[in-house]
Unconditional design. Structure first.
Ligand code: NAD
Length: 335
């Protein structure tokens, strides 16, 4: 006799995957979401919960098993030397405690040191420097292959074209986020309105749409900025043993890095940081949708490794939904 509960779960799983595929396309390809992130996160969670309850329904191409996004044909494609993964999410205090417990048990330590940072709500990119000179930049795409947006990235003043150091590394990949400041987003939409042109849904989509322009001259007119939050492949760099040290190194090379980054200990340190940044959220000049916690020591990160779509040593602790997607019905594709 067929398991009726399983078959209704199967139907719902298919329905959720269909919805997520549509929302991913609107968000990652068109830069024009039709639902708020909180709605997306809700159905993604439902899918995760169903797959956990019915492991036989898990398939390799489920959104829970891979990095969302795609490299469109509009740009040349670039294969990442090191995969650009996503982050697992925590919404509740209990999930945070479970994350810390998993890490402590896997490492066999009583307390963990974490590097903590704001979670920038922009577009993930990777920058490649050879012998200190910027040579290439790409979007995350599906995590393995991204779009070649080198020309567009050259128009961002916040991105160094040459590293600030006397003995530059042979090869350095810098990972970070392209953003639009809230005030610049407001000005851009006012200008769009005055010209009778399409409006952007929010700063994140304005940043993504502005960077993913076929004509770099258009990108040059858009007020984009950048924050670095990590390293990819690095050859010939000074010995770096922690994420905190890597961020200090990036700052010394003149990359913009968050001044709100810190190193804390244990789950109490994480909760205190979440509270503090949550209180500052409205006053920050750019949108953040949470904070990110990373095991600070690189040897511990290596020991923990990765699952299919995200590192085991990091988690994004999301803030409650704040956005209202009021403009979305008015916008169309800006790429
Ligand atoms: P994510 O945004 O939850 O987390 C991974 C990303 O965080 C990284 O790729 C990186 O770009 C970014 N990040 C920002 N600050 C960082 C820091 N300090 N350190 C490391 N990474 C940092 O995951 P995702 O897979 O990129 O996107 C999923 C999210 O996107 C969803 O949870 C949802 O909020 C949103 N989304 C919305 C829709 C929609 O239709 N509204 C559709 C798809 C995705």
């Amino acid at each position: 006799m067929p398991d009726l509960k399983l078959s209704s779960a199967e139907l719902r799983v298919l329905e959720l995957r269909g919805l997520i595929a549509r929302y991913d396309y609107e968000y990652y390809v068109l830069d024009a979401p039709s639902v708020p992130d909180s709605e997306y996160d809700k159905i993604y969670r439902e899918l995760q919960t169903l797959e956990q309850a019915y492991p036989s329904l898990v398939v390799a191409d489920s959104p829970t098993q891979r990095v969302s996004g795609t490299a469109t044909n509009a740009f040349g494609s670039i294969t990442h030397r090191q995969a650009m993964l996503s982050l697992n999410n925590a919404f509740e205090q209990s999930e945070l405690e479970a994350f810390d417990k998993r890490i402590r048990e896997a490492l066999g330590v009583a307390q963990v040191e974490y590097a903590v940072e704001p979670k920038f709500d922009g577009l993930a990119i990777t920058l490649t420097y050879e012998h200190g000179v910027f040579i290439q930049g790409a979007t995350r795409g599906d995590g393995y292959t991204g779009e070649d947006v080198t020309h567009n990235l050259r128009t961002l003043r916040a991105i160094p074209m040459r590293l600030n150091c006397e003995n530059p590394p042979q090869l350095l990949e810098v990972r970070g986020e392209v953003l639009m400041l809230k005030r610049d987003f407001d000005k851009l939409n006012q200008a769009q309105l005055a010209k009778g042109e399409k409006l952007f849904a929010n700063p994140r989509n304005a940043a993504a749409g502005s960077l993913r322009q076929l004509d770099a001259k258009v990108t040059a007119t858009r007020p984009l900025t950048f924050f670095a939050y990590g390293l990819g492949v690095a050859e010939g760099v000074p010995a770096l043993t922690s994420h905190g040290a890597a961020m200090d190194y990036l700052a010394s090379l003149h990359f913009p890095v968050s001044s709100a980054r810190a190193v804390v200990r244990g789950v109490q340190g994480l909760s205190d940081y979440y509270e503090k940044i949550g209180q500052q959220r409205q006053q920050l000049p750019f949108d953040i949708d949470g904070v990110v916690y990373k095991v600070n020591q690189f040897n511990q990160q290596n020991e923990l490794g990765f699952v299919s779509r995200a590192p085991r040593w990091a988690v994004a602790h999301k803030f409650p939904a704040q956005e209202a997607l009021t403009l979305v019905e008015d916008i169309t594709v800006q790429v």
